[in-house]
Ligand binder design. Structure first.
Ligand code: PLP
Length: 396
């Protein structure tokens, strides 16, 4: 029997605040009723504040982040289009796979897992593409598998400096709502997220920011689509309705989660994530372990991927944490399986949770045979949390 609290330290789904959980406990309601639209219209305008777009639109699809990826691609591109992508972790790899499955022709830059988006290489490739054959560039803003942030603004500059017209697609599934994301400033055309990470909700909503340029492209794009068709969605969304049955409890939960984000302040949410992430990183360093991120300047503020020492099996660390200590950490995905475990530090997260995560990870590592000094990670994080040292956002 499991006693006491179960701890969820995975990078999504994240912990759902009690107020959000309560807000979802609503009777089923008429999604065509005259007063239903005001709920949805309020969500759209507040989500635009989170995406930092004044000119774009936001859409909500029943589904998860992956559904929003598919909606983004199928509504704006044509079969056989060339698209520029990079693989530097499991999610950027899956995005390439989806592009291939949907009939695009990806030009793929392969990088070590732990690298960030290859801005220089993208710029070279775009510069050579004088006939604008490349129709879109894809960036995974926060590679959840490796804990690496990429510089989306720099990719926009690469597009601009080469006078390239390609659409800019950004996967912000594990960044939007937790780390600064500026859809308009960065010229992002399709920004994708899901409800179960920074939005502190269960999975169930694919959330998409769409620029005017992407909306224009959707009018002529010929890729096959049905459920995720923008035109249908927009026609109903104009008054706050959906073309099919929406998951109404999730919409109420999203209302409560957005209220929490704005009560704390969007910038304060980002600063909290930065402070907590730095505490986790200091703990990892004190253990003498390495992050997967190749460089400290692009460590993620929402998830840390930690390499276990030689001779220690990361799967065993995860098993001990889950079976013996009631704690879930993220596994090493794809080629990182067995070598890495991840601490998710996003959403409804605080110092106590960060210290508990470090403490339980430390204990699991020790039981799995790693030579970490008891209390070293927790102590380093406490020292950081006790101080008042400014921390810089990546690429700020
Ligand atoms: N992209 C990133 C960066 C992710 O972290 C995830 C999920 O963890 C996805 C895409 C896929 O999203 P979902 O599982 O919501 O479909």
């Amino acid at each position: 029997m499991r006693t006491g609290q179960t701890h969820l330290f995975i990078p999504g789904p994240t912990n759902v605040p009690e107020a959000v959980r309560q807000a979802m406990n609503v009777p089923q309601q008429d999604m065509r009723a005259s007063d239903f639209g005001s709920l949805t219209l309020g969500l759209f305008s507040d989500l635009k504040r989170v995406f930092k777009t004044a000119t774009g639109e936001v859409m909500l699809f029943p589904g998860s982040g992956t559904s929003a990826w598919e909606a983004a691609i199928t509504n704006t591109l044509n079969p056989g289009d060339k698209v520029l992508m990079a693989r530097y972790g499991q999610f950027s790899t899956l995005w390439v796979k989806m592009a291939e499955m949907l009939g695009l022709e990806p030009i793929v830059v392969d990088l070590p897992w732990g690298a960030s988006a290859p801005v220089g290489e993208f710029e070279r490739i775009l510069g050579r593409d004088v006939h604008d054959e490349i129709k879109a560039v894809f960036v995974t803003h926060n590679e959840t598998a490796t804990g690496v942030v990429s510089d989306v603004a720099a990719v926009r500059r690469a597009l601009d400096s080469t006078f390239h017209d390609a659409l800019l697609f950004v996967d912000g599934v594990s960044s939007i709502g937790s780390m600064d994301f500026r859809m308009d400033d960065w010229g992002v055309d399709l920004a994708v997220t899901g409800s179960q990470k920074g939005m502190m909700m269960p999975a169930g909503l694919g959330i998409l920011g769409v620029s005017q340029k992407a909306l224009e492209a959707s009018k002529t794009a010929t890729m096959r689509r049905a459920y995720y068709d923008f035109a249908d969605m927009r026609a109903f969304n104009a008054d706050g309705y959906f073309p099919y049955t929406p998951p109404t409890p999730l919409l109420h939960g999203l209302r409560a989660s957005l209220d929490r984000i704005f009560a704390e302040g969007l910038e304060a949410v980002f600063a909290r994530h930065a402070r907590l992430a730095e505490g986790i990183r200091r703990g990892v360093k004190a253990w003498g372990l390495e992050l997967v991120a190749e460089h400290h300047s692009y460590c993620s503020n929402t998830v840390s991927a930690i390499r276990v020492p030689e001779g220690v099996d990361a799967c065993e660390v995860l098993r001990i944490a889950y079976d013996d200590l009631n704690a879930s950490f993220g596994s090493g995905l794809g080629r990182l399986n067995g070598k890495v475990f991840r601490i998710g530090h996003l959403g409804d997260f605080n110092e106590g949770m960060a210290l508990t995560a470090l403490s339980l990870a430390e204990l699991s590592l020790m039981r799995a045979g790693a030579a970490v000094v008891p209390g070293s990670g927790v102590g380093a994080a406490q020292a950081w949390f006790a101080g008042d040292i400014e921390y810089r956002q990546p690429f700020a």
